[in-house]
Design a protein around this ligand. Structure first.
Ligand code: CDM
Ligand code: ATP
Length: 291
C-alpha cells in the first residue's frame, strides 16, 4: 500500500519561555497554528529496512532525519519487520523556525499508523512523537493549540480568524539549540500576553490577534542576525497588520487581512528575500491529512 501524508509547517503566534529545567530544556507557553505551507511524505511498503529520499539536498538522508527516526521508532516499538521507503517532497524551508523536520516526523507517524494498522490514537502518536522532538506532538495534532511544558502539553484552540500569512525566510538557517543557549532569562523584560491572544481567538478578532503577537526568542535571533530585523521592518512598511519571528527563527511572518495587501507585501519582499510565501492558516489535521 502507498500512502501520501501532508506535513504542514507551524508558526508561533506567541512564544513565552517560563524557566530552564533541570533536564536542560525550557518550560514554554506558546500558541501555535499550522499553515498551508507543507511537505508531502510518500510512504511505500518494502520487504525490509528503511530507505529515505528527498527532493531537497538540505536535509540529512540518514538516521539524523526526523522522518527516518520516526520510522525506526515505530518499527522498534511495534516489532514491525516490513520495510519502508520514505520520499520527502520538501517545500518547508529547513532550519527556519517552521518545524519542517518535526512536521515530517509527525506525518510519518500518522502515515505508518494507518499503513500498519497500529490503531494508535492522536494522543498516543503525539506521546510517541515527543521522543523525536519538542514540536512533534503539536505537529501530530495540527490545527491551533496552546503548547506547554517542552511543547507536548496541548490544549486545542479555535482556528484563528481568516487571514493571509506572508512568510519570509532569510538565506541562513538558525540552530534552535543555540538560540535557547543564548537566551538570558534576566534580559527578558516583556512576555507575551496569553490571555489577550486567547481572547482574540475566541472572539475571532483579527486586529487583537495582531496586537498580541509576541516571542521572547525574537530578540536573541534579531541580535545575531540583523537581516531578520530588516525583514520585520520591511514587512510592516509594506502593510502587514502584525509581524513576528516564528519559533527560534529566522523566518518572519506577517498577518494580513486583505488579499491586495498580501500581494503588495509579497511583491515588495521579493526584492530582498528569495523565499517568500503567502499562505492560509489550516484547521485541524485529524481529517484529510492523508491525501
Ligand atoms: C522553538 C520551538 O520551535 C517553538 O515551537 C520549539 O520549542 C523547538 O522545538 P524542536 O526544534 O522540536 O526542539 P528539540 O529538537 O526538542 O530541541 C532542540 C533544542 O532546543 C532546546 N529546547 C527545545 C525545546 C524546549 N522546550 N526547550 C529547549 O531548551 C534544547 O536545547 C534542545 O536541545
Ligand atoms: N525531515 C527533515 N526536514 C528538515 N530538517 C531536518 C529533517 N530531519 C532532520 N532535519 C535536521 O533538523 C534541523 C532543523 O531543521 P527544521 O527544518 O526542522 O528546523 P526548524 O524549522 O527550525 O525546527 P523547529 O521550528 O521545530 O525548531 C536541520 O538542521 C536538519 O538538518
Amino acid at each position: 500500500m502507498d500512502i501520501s501524508v501532508k506535513a504542514p509547517a507551524k508558526i508561533n503566534l506567541t512564544l513565552d519561555v517560563l524557566h530552564k529545567r533541570p533536564d536542560g530544556y525550557h518550560d514554554l507557553e506558546m500558541v501555535m497554528t499550522t499553515v498551508d505551507l507543507a511537505d508531502r511524505i510518500d510512504l511505500t511498503e518494502t520487504t525490509g529496512g528503511i530507505r529515505l529520499q528527498s527532493t531537497s539536498g538540505f536535509v540529512p538522508f540518514d538516521d539524523r532525519n526526523l522522518a527516518y527516526r520516526a520510522a525506526v521508532l515505530v518499527k522498534e516499538r511495534f516489532g514491525i519487520t516490513k520495510g519502508i521507503h520514505i520520499l520527502i517532497h520538501k517545500r518547508i524551508p529547513v532550519a527556519a523556525g517552521l518545524a519542517g523536520g518535526s512536521a515530517d516526523a509527525a506525518a510519518t507517524l500518522r502515515g505508518l499508523n494507518t499503513m500498519w494498522n497500529l490503531g494508535l490514537s492522536m494522543e498516543e502518536l503525539a506521546e510517541l512523537g515527543l521522543a523525536l522532538g519538542s514540536d512533534v506532538p503539536f505537529c501530530v495534532r495540527g490545527g491551533t493549540a496552546i503548547a506547554r511544558g517542552r511543547g507536548e502539553q496541548l490544549t486545542p484552540l479555535p482556528t484563528p480568524p481568516p487571514c493571509w500569512v506572508v512568510l519570509a525566510k532569510p538565506p541562513h538557517g538558525v540552530s534552535t539549540a543555540e538560540v535557547f543557549q543564548a537566551l538570558k532569562m534576566e534580559k527578558v523584560t516583556s512576555h507575551p500576553n496569553l490571555e489577550g491572544m486567547l481572547h482574540a481567538l475566541e472572539n475571532q478578532d483579527f486586529n487583537q490577534m495582531c496586537d498580541q503577537l509576541g516571542n521572547v526568542l525574537e530578540n536573541v535571533t534579531l541580535e545575531a542576525y540583523p537581516k531578520v530585523r530588516f525583514l520585520k521592518e520591511r514587512m510592516a512598511t509594506f502593510g502587514a497588520n502584525g509581524v513576528l519571528m516564528s519559533g527560534s527563527g529566522p523566518t518572519v511572518f506577517g498577518l494580513v487581512n486583505k488579499e491586495s495587501v498580501a500581494r503588495r507585501v509579497v511583491n515588495g519582499l521579493r526584492g530582498f528575500c528569495r523565499q517568500v510565501y503567502a499562505v492560509r492558516m489550516l484547521g485541524g489535521l485529524e481529517e484529510g491529512s492523508i491525501e
